[in-house]
Design a protein around this ligand. Structure first.
Ligand code: TH1
Length: 834
């Protein structure tokens, strides 16, 4: 308020206020201005990279205009906001998205063409913002797009990593990690050097009494690190709402470096302190679905959570409302357990700093938070060691113990004399060292807990969180099936398909109401439409084939069936089963007569995905895929009948090219292991069919599109436990014979030194086949035969493709966000005059 301009001077302000460009001419003027002033270049040295920079700056100015007005509107309305806390935001490129959401890509395209640039080439200049590992981070990015598009008052809070997920190179068939330094030129972020928070670590707790004789805890000593806000505008599609993503960057609290030490000649340690502080936000941990319990990771979590909560509380306090209204103004969603310390931090702020009583504070806390679980894999469930938390956050440990005490006391009252129940649900695991179970803390501190697909939500209720359902009742646990934004994953990634759909459904309304896709069913027999549909897929395949040829030197035939598996490499996702299947196909082809061979359906097996740098087995799988490709792709006898391609450095922008080019994609996790999966939705939305297990969202996709339009196979989640038991204790377990044949060939050295692949084979044959590769292999191969047959029937395939897309309306992240807004956050949209 103190900084606002007094009324008499505002007229002058308004006269000079920035107005966004409205036409091609205005865009060009802005672009040339940025080239000549901001970049200090001219028409004589403006390359594509400079054109990108200037174009991005022109659109950034445009975004800032809507962004400022959105923030003013939301502040004035003082409506309830949701804060989405996520350690990962896998945003990808911003320029194309900004142009499309604002609705000015056509202007930019024409404007750039007249200035000597192709818009596609300009877009390609941008590096991905890759602050995430995979599905969890990309989901957060889709949610931001939907929140803005639906005009919800919402902020994202995350960490501004200096290095995002590493870049992957493949050298001699092996993954090599290269750092992803992405901040050299990032026009999409705004440093807010005036928005900072001091974050405390270590130290000790002093217990005293205040003037009223009340016990108070003071957290003293330790060290302080400064959090600096960087803001990223998030434009909605077809609306002026532009929300904010706030990312925190760490800095030494004492400014640049310690001058005391510096003046005393202790240069090294003065710089070391500064570097230690900056280390906190330096790098994204590259593990997907794995918790490694590292101290720096815990520091990242507390740093980000404490800065975000300080910010949220500061904003609330401006409204001068009583504390009990906090949950009416603020909803905080925890994206997995990574931000669970926020529960403890808010309790600490309310009790230790604001002086509320424990129960009053705890009521506010639990009404504020919601927790989304994304995995049941035991190795991914976060636990922090008590000694580590004691050392880093001594007061928080006390509060966690108190939360646990009151929780266990209430359980004891509800279920007297059930010691084992108390042991099972306790936030503290009584191991040595003791461990804090973050999922238990998140459940106890939230009013709603949700899974991300029906099967997954059922599984958490009946397995890992069963006791909590008995304690809290079933209503605390709910399902919100994941979704994807059709703006990026259809309109941006597949503009020609989007255009064709618009021509048949009466415009682009489907982009904000995806259920309108069902109008396509009326046209399924329209011959011209079907031809165009198939043509678009073919052209997308030609584009991918060209990319593969240009970057890898492998010639693939776009008439072949493109079979794609792109996702993080993990044993539970079973890329090993896919490559075993490809080897089986190769061996089968080799055994055929030339006449038989000529009748086979040509295939391209396309893989992509990163392995966590410390995940040795995943790296071996990448090596096997490349080793098989090396042999198969150079086998003259086989030619176009089979190619095996590993596309390096799979990321969001590559996904936008690969997904629209898929005929069939693989979503083949061991049943019960993939919580949802979201690329399955992206592939079907782009007219690709899928082969998959009864896992995650595959099940709901089947329900929506019809089981005649999907290739399901394999054992069911309910049987996994028994099968695993049989592997270890059943006497009569035998390896699937086709799989045995594949192993034999690998061990003969057909794909290079068999020692290199011994562990991949052993995991299946000798070490219990935990992921049931052998159990599912036969039905996997049989189902791929059905895929070949179905693809032979080109018309039948096109029918499946069209009907599937027509029935995908449910999987929009807009539907998903509306479910969160109504069922968990209790927030309403706030629209500006457009
Ligand atoms: C993924 C799940 O594996 C995937 O099935 C789901 O579709 C996606 O989240 C979005 O809900 C997860 N990613 C991570 C990453 C980390 C820890 C747990 C999970 S679960 C670091």
């Amino acid at each position: 308020v103190e900084a606002s301009i007094p009324e008499p001077q505002r007229e002058t302000w308004r006269k000079h206020q920035a107005k966004p460009f409205a036409d091609k001419d205005g865009f060009q003027r802005e672009l040339v201005r940025h080239v000549e002033t901001t970049l200090a270049r001219s028409m004589f040295n403006c390359d594509e990279s400079a054109a990108y920079s200037a174009c991005a700056l022109a659109f950034r100015d445009r975004l800032v205009y809507d962004w400022n007005r959105t923030q003013q509107r939301q502040t004035l309305a003082d409506a309830k906001r949701v804060y989405y806390l996520s350690l990962e935001f896998l945003m990808g490129r911003a320029l194309d998205n900004a142009m499309l959401n604002i609705g000015q890509k056509d202007i930019a395209k024409a404007g750039l063409a007249e200035l000597g640039f192709r818009i596609e080439d300009v877009i390609e200049q941008e590096n991905d913002a890759a602050l995430g590992n995979g599905g969890l981070g990309r989901l957060a990015a889709c949610f931001l797009d939907s929140l803005a598009t639906l005009n919800y008052p919402a902020w994202g809070y995350g960490l501004r990593y200096r290095y995002g997920i590493f870049k992957q190179e493949i050298i001699d068939g092996y993954q090599v990690e290269v750092p992803d330094y992405w901040l050299d030129f990032n026009p999409w972020e705004f440093p807010r050097h005036d928005v900072t928070v001091d974050i405390q670590f270590y130290g000790h707790v002093v217990k005293t009494t205040d003037e009223n004789g009340r016990v108070v805890h003071r957290w003293e000593g330790g060290e302080t690190v400064k959090a600096v806000a960087y803001d990223v505008p998030i434009p909605g599609y077809g609306t002026s709402t532009t929300n904010n993503l706030r990312l925190w960057s760490s800095k030494a609290a004492s400014g640049e470096f310690d001058f005391q030490k510096f003046n005393n000649g202790d240069y090294e340690s003065s710089v070391a302190d500064q570097q230690r502080a900056e280390t906190i936000s330096a790098v994204l941990y590259p593990n997907d679905n794995l918790d490694r319990g590292k101290e720096l990771r815990l520091k990242q979590q507390y740093f980000w959570v404490a800065a975000s909560l300080y910010d949220i509380v500061r904003r609330f306090k401006k409204s001068k409302r009583p504390w009990k209204e906090f949950p009416d103004q603020v909803a905080i969603q925890l994206n997995d357990t990574h931000p669970t310390l926020a529960i403890v931090e808010l309790q600490r702020i309310l009790v230790d700093i604001e002086g509320l009583g424990w129960d009053e504070a705890w009521d506010i806390v639990t009404r504020t938070f919601g927790y989304t679980n994304h995995t049941v894999l035991p190795e991914a469930l976060e636990k922090w060691s008590v000694p580590l938390v004691q050392h880093l956050l001594p007061r928080h440990l006390q509060i966690i113990y108190d939360i646990n005490l009151f929780f266990l006391q209430s359980v004891e009252r509800q279920f007297p004399n059930d010691r084992d129940l108390l042991r099972r649900v306790s936030i503290i695991e009584e191991t040595n060292p003791k461990m804090i179970r973050m999922a238990h803390l998140a459940i106890v501190g939230s009013h709603k807990v949700n899974g991300v697909a029906e099967l997954h939500s059922d599984l958490i209720k009946t397995t890992i969180f069963k006791d909590f359902v008995d304690i809290y009742g079933p209503d605390k646990f709910t399902n919100v099936t994941n979704g994807i934004t059709p703006r990026r994953w259809l309109h941006q990634a597949n503009p020609r398909l989007s255009e064709l759909i618009a021509s048949k459904t009466g415009g682009y309304g489907f982009l904000t109401d995806l259920t309108q896709l069902n109008k396509l069913e009326l046209h399924v027999n329209d011959a011209d439409f079907r031809r165009e549909w198939a043509e678009i897929k073919f052209n997308n395949k030609v584009r991918l084939a060209k990319y593969i040829k240009d970057t890898l030197g492998i010639a693939v035939n776009p008439n072949a069936l493109f079979d794609v598996q792109v996702k993080r490499i993990h044993e539970y996702k079973r890329q090993q089963m896919n490559i075993f299947g490809a080897i089986h196909r190769y061996l089968t082809l080799k055994e055929m007569t030339p006449e038989e061979r000529a009748k086979q359906q040509p295939r391209v097996s396309i893989f992509g995905g990163k392995a966590a740098p410390g995940y040795w087995m995943a790296k071996q799988i990448i090596h096997l895929i490349n080793a098989v490709g090396e042999v198969v792709n150079n086998d003259k006898e086989i030619g176009d009948l089979l190619k095996v391609v590993f596309i390096p450095d799979y990321n969001v922008s590559k996904a936008e090219m690969i997904i629209p080019a898929s005929d069939i994609s693989e979503h083949i996790s061991t049943a019960g292991t993939e919580a949802s999966g979201t690329s399955n939705m992206k592939f079907v939305l782009n007219g690709g069919l899928i082969i998959g297990t009864c896992d995650g969202a595959n099940i709901e996709i089947t329900r929506e599109i019809g089981d005649e339009n999907i290739f399901l196979f394999g054992n069911l989640a309910e049987n996994v436990e028994d099968l695993r038991h049989a592997h270890t204790y059943g006497g009569d377990w035998t390896l699937d014979p086709s799989l045995a044949r594949v192993f034999e060939e690998i061990e003969r050295g057909t794909f290079g030194n068999p020692q290199d692949f011994a562990a991949i084979i052993s995991a299946v044959r000798d070490h219990g086949d935990y992921y049931l590769v052998s159990d599912d292999f036969h039905s996997y191969l049989e189902t791929h035969k059905l895929v070949d047959e179905a693809y032979r029937d080109k018309e039948g395939w096109t029918t499946k493709s069209i009907l599937s897309v027509a029935r995908m309306g449910f999987f929009s992240s807009d539907r998903c966000i509306n479910e969160y807004a109504e069922g968990i956050w209790n927030i309403e949209p706030l629209k500006g005059e457009e």
